[in-house]
Structure formats: C-alpha cells, structure tokens
Ligand binder design. Structure first.
Ligand SMILES: Nc1ncnc2c1ncn2[C@@H]1O[C@H](COP(=O)(O)OP(=O)(O)OP(=O)(O)O)[C@@H](O)[C@H]1O
Ligand SMILES: [Mg+2]
Length: 269
C-alpha cells in the first residue's frame, strides 16, 4: 500500500490561517491550495513552490525565485491586457517565513476561479457520448457535438488573446484551461462558462510564430492523447484562433511545419 503523502509544512502566514488551506493538487514543481484572501470572505488559490532539498540552496533559491516572478509577471501583464487569467493577489519570492535562515521556497496567491478544468468537462462529455452515440441518429450526433465544437472555438479565441498580448504559455493542456461557471454539473451538457487560462509556470514573453505554433501543437497533441473523441474538432479551435486575429494566418502556416517535424520525429522513433 502506498504511504500517505504528507506535504511539507506551509510557509508563514499560511501555517496558521483558519480555516487551514486545502491541498488540491501536488505536481512535480508546485502545490496548489484553496485558501482565502486577506478578506476571508473571498476564496483564493495558493500556489507554493517548495525549495528542492537536492539542489544547492543558493541555486535553488535563485531558480525558484526566477520561476515565480516570471509566472507572476506574465499574469499581471495579461490581466492588464484584458486576457482572462487569474489576478495576482499576493506573492513572496524571498523564501521568508521559515526558521533558520528562511524557508527557501516561494508562493503566489491568486484569484480563485470557480468552475471545472476543461479536461474534466471533456472527459465527462466523451464518456457520455461513447455510451449514447449508438442510439443516436446523425442529427442527434451533430447536436451532441455542438457544445464541444463551441467550447473549442472559445478556447481558440482565448489562446489568440493570450498570443496577441505577447505571451506564449509553454504548457497548454486541458488541465491548464478552466471554465468559469458556478452552474456546471456533470450531467449538464451545455458546457457554459468563460475560458480562463491558468498555470503560467512555463510561460514567456514572445511574439514569434514558432513559439505560438508550438503552443497550439502542444495542445493538439495533448488533446489527441487525453480526448480522442474531441480531437477531431481541433479545427474548430483554429477557427476560433483565427477570428479577429490578424497574425493567425502565419502562425497556422507555421503550425503545419511543426506538425511535419513532429511526424518525422515520431517516425524516427
Ligand atoms: N486560480 C485557480 N482557481 C481555481 N483552481 C485552480 C487555480 N489555479 C490552479 N487551480 C487548480 O489547480 C491545478 C494545478 O494548478 P497549476 O496548473 O497552476 O499547477 P501545476 O500544474 O502543478 O504547476 P506547474 O506545471 O507550474 O508545476 C489546476 O489544474 C486547477 O485544477
Ligand atoms: Mg498545470
């Protein structure tokens, strides 16, 4: 049996907030908590990057700090440009709050986005579709696919807004896209809500077609492996990306090259 995972102690002041932060996810690099902001009535997401004990402490501090500052910088810029991303509420990059010369890690507190990640929405839809399409006629299938097509268009438009603001994400997956909605329940196939992009841990400032095309390609591949029934509608995402985006044509042309390189690489094994 697996031993129960025990996250490292929270840095001050979160080590004694009431109610205590709730651990939601624990990735390789970061721990995500739900907590409250300075106004306890307002929920917040807390992303903690613990220090890595196997790295030299000076190097570790420098890398952790660079990473969180880069992440916050991109988010602040995007909020200012009107792109839908969580607002930054507070952060610490100095690794204060620990004992004996500091805690070494860094944290970022941001606006809480109410709603599911797109991965969960598509998983539920695909499971339902798989179970029911056998009993549906062509018109019913078209109607069932419509909300997914519409969602992919909205995602394309959100990525276009991100790119137009001069930021590339670096890790676009359906876990890093959320739907802001308090309405969603698993049985509901309406798929409402505003697309919010999260997780700027690998983002950077770039206006290069190559970087933008790689962003789209990474998401296309991620969809192919996680959402095989939705991936055929990826073209809808590109339709949404193109709408009102003058730069889209050259980026999508570049995407063809990136796909070709990807295929060659996978043929070489
Ligand atoms: N602002 C937010 N509001 C609500 N939920 C969030 C928010 N930010 C993150 N989450 C949830 O926490 C999960 C993990 O967050 P995030 O993707 O930022 O971390 P990560 O993938 O572990 O980070 P990294 O890839 O930088 O190591 C998300 O998939 C989402 O479910
Ligand atoms: Mg993530």
């Amino acid at each position: 049996m697996a031993t129960e995972y025990k996250p490292p102690a929270l840095p001050s002041p979160f080590s004694n907030t009431k109610p205590p932060p709730i651990l939601l996810t624990q990735g390789a690099e970061a721990h995500l908590y739900k907590t409250v902001s300075i106004n306890p009535a307002i929920p917040a997401a807390l992303k903690i990057r613990p220090s890595k004990p196997y790295r030299h402490p000076i190097l570790d501090r420098k890398l952790t700090r660079q990473r969180i500052i880069q992440e916050a910088r991109c988010m602040i810029k995007l909020v200012r440009e009107g792109v839908k991303v969580p607002a930054v509420l507070a952060m610490d990059w100095e690794g204060q709050g620990g004992d004996e010369g500091g805690w070494g890690g860094a944290w970022l507190m941001m606006e809480w986005i109410e709603g599911p990640v797109v991965r969960v929405v598509l998983e539920k839809w695909e499971a339902w579709f798989k179970a029911n399409r056998g009993t549906m006629d062509e018109a019913q299938i078209t109607a069932a696919e419509a909300p997914v097509r519409a969602l992919l268009r909205r995602i394309g438009a959100a990525i276009a807004a991100l790119h137009k603001a001069g930021v590339v994400h670096g890790d676009l997956t359906t876990s890093n896209l959320m739907l802001r909605t308090s309405e969603w329940d698993q049985e509901d196939r309406a798929i409402e809500g505003e697309v919010v992009i999260i997780d700027f841990g690998l983002a950077s400032q770039s206006v290069q077609d190559e970087d933008r095309a790689v962003d789209l390609y990474v998401l296309e591949r991620a969809m192919g492996s996680t959402h095989p029934l939705s991936e055929p509608f990826f073209e809808e995402l590109l339709v949404g990306y193109r709408e009102g985006n003058k730069g889209a044509i050259s980026t999508i042309r570049r995407l063809e090259d990136v796909r070709l390189r990807g295929r060659k690489r996978s043929m070489l094994g």
